[in-house]
Design a protein around this ligand. Structure first.
Ligand code: ADP
Length: 479
């Protein structure tokens, strides 16, 4: 197999080391071999971006708009092929993979529009005759470090605003899913973008990622991944005064009240907790259910799970694909053991499944009789494992929902305007959903959380400018 190369300074560069990209639905299927950059190659990419920034920072908004529009259009035109690649390398189902590819295209098109809407302020000075202008300027070379669970959407929602506001990019995708990032880089390389403005360096976190964190020429780092790696990013960036933004875990509550529409609540819970194999930082991993509806909710959820099809991500009709890899599967199974030992009841699933091909298949696991202080209710599992916590009433539900180290997304299923409004106000999360799953967000509005989930300003939508620009205040006395 030929190696997919890194894209540095406008060239596709060979690497001495490569990495097999394995299909988690079928371990015999190698999606491709992808280059692993060294520290030196990463430094070359950063140097190229630094050089390119000298002119790119003064590029016209029309040029940037046209480049982003081209990228967005091509992604959308190739959604089936890209969606298939995504499902094959990551394991989410084909409709989910295609949906994610389209979203990536929409993000580029949204930020193409944003290029034309970069705003500033003009104020009078307190001094006579003086004017004040406040403008946003690019920050420089940005390092983007992305996880495996959204192989095209997360790179897109970092690359698009970075370029839109005039920055140069060095991106390091997760080692498990270099395919989508490579395909995206291939599209970007043909968009008319000047050499060095965009660089792809695939490889290991400890090599490539660390080289990005350590390099003084990288002005800002946007990271999505685990809490553990996030704290390394924070420490390295703080030490050298670089700007950083972290998107990390979640342990998202979905409250179901007695007055909820049962069918809708079960839909929200099953989709939110188990679709995309539960591998979303916005997954509904804590289902907090009031006692009047609790038993009916569990019965209905179990009946829905019975009918849920787990299998090869590329097969028609499959609703839940495999777990992404062996390490993640071991983590999921370990937490299922922990849940049992903690005294929770495994009401459904949690078993390794056999399919036609050798893959990391796991049946969706639903724990009941869970207390919120159990590890399975407090620690992010990042798999198809959900916990049900029974509570007396809305007040207790709200307290339990907020009793977590995380604060990314939170949901409530209710037909009461009073409780919905109160929950929207008092939920300690960055995103709140009413009668909707905690996962599944729009591409044109801010994304991000509070507490241990996120650090720094929001991603996506027009709020992205806060991270990808720096503010300048200019005073003029016309003579
Ligand atoms: P996940 O496994 O959920 O993707 P990780 O935090 O392990 O979460 O990985 C997220 C991204 O961070 C990946 O691209 C990974 O390679 C990268 N990474 C891992 N270790 C480091 C590190 N020491 N420095 C910089 N990046 C790293």
């Amino acid at each position: 197999m030929t190696m997919h190369r890194n894209f540095i300074a406008g060239d596709w560069r060979d690497a001495s080391d490569g990495n097999d990209n394995i299909n988690p639905s079928n371990l015999g299927d190698v999606v491709g071999v992808y280059a692993r950059a060294s520290r030196t190659e990463t430094e070359d990419a950063i140097a190229a971006a630094t050089e390119a920034f000298k002119t790119w920072q003064f590029s016209t908004i029309q040029q940037r708009h046209d480049i982003l529009e081209f990228i967005g259009n091509e992604i959308i035109a190739r959604k089936e092929e890209l969606g298939r690649l995504l499902s094959r390398e990551e394991g989410k189902t084909l409709p989910e993979g295609m949906g994610e590819a389209v979203r990536a295209g929409q993000i580029f098109k949204f930020f193409a529009g944003e290029c034309l809407r970069i705003e500033g302020d003009r104020l009078d000075s307190v001094r006579p005759g003086v004017g004040v202008e406040i403008t946003r300027e690019p920050i420089g070379v940005v390092g983007l470090i992305t996880p495996w669970n959204f192989p095209i959407a997360i790179p897109a929602w970092k690359i698009a605003p970075a370029l839109a506001y005039g920055n140069c990019v060095v991106i390091k995708p997760a080692e498990l899913v270099p395919g989508c990032a490579w395909a995206l880089a291939d599209i970007i390389s043909r968009s008319g973008i000047p050499d060095g403005v965009f660089n792809l360096v695939m490889g290991k976190g400890s090599q490539v990622g660390q080289a990005i964190l350590d390099n003084r020429a990288v002005a800002a780092v946007s990271f999505t991944g685990s809490v553990q790696t996030g704290s390394l990013v924070a420490a390295a960036c703080s030490a050298r005064g670089a700007k950083f933004q972290l998107e990390m875990g979640g342990k998202n509550p979905l409250v179901v009240l007695d007055d909820a529409d049962l069918d809708n609540a079960v839909d929200c819970a099953v989709q939110g907790a188990f679709f995309s194999t539960g591998q979303r930082c916005t997954a509904s991993s804590r289902l907090i259910v009031t006692e009047g509806i609790h038993d009916r909710f569990i019965e209905a959820a179990k009946a829905r799970l019975e009918k849920t099809v787990v299998g090869d991500a590329l097969k028609e009709g499959v609703q839940i694909g495999p777990v992404v890899d062996e390490t993640q599967l071991a983590q999921d199974l370990n937490y299922i053991d922990i849940g049992r030992q903690e005294g929770a009841t495994l009401a459904f699933g949690g078993e390794r499944l056999e399919r036609d091909t050798d893959g990391f298949y796991l049946s969706p696991a639903l724990f009941t009789d869970v207390r919120n202080d159990m590890r399975i209710a407090q620690e992010e599992i990042f798999g198809p494992v959900a916990t049900v916590i029974k509570v007396k009433d809305y007040d207790e539900a709200l307290t339990v929902a907020n009793d977590t180290a995380f604060g990314l997304s939170a949901g409530i299923c209710t037909t009461s305007l009073k409780y919905a409004s109160d929950f929207k106000r008092k939920s300690q999360a960055g995103m709140v959903m009413v009668n909707l799953p905690t996962a599944g967000v729009d591409y044109h509005v801010p994304f991000g959380g509070r507490k241990g989930s996120s650090y720094g300003s929001r991603e996506q939508g027009r709020y992205a400018d806060e991270f990808y620009t720096t503010v300048k205040t200019a005073y003029t006395l016309p003579l």
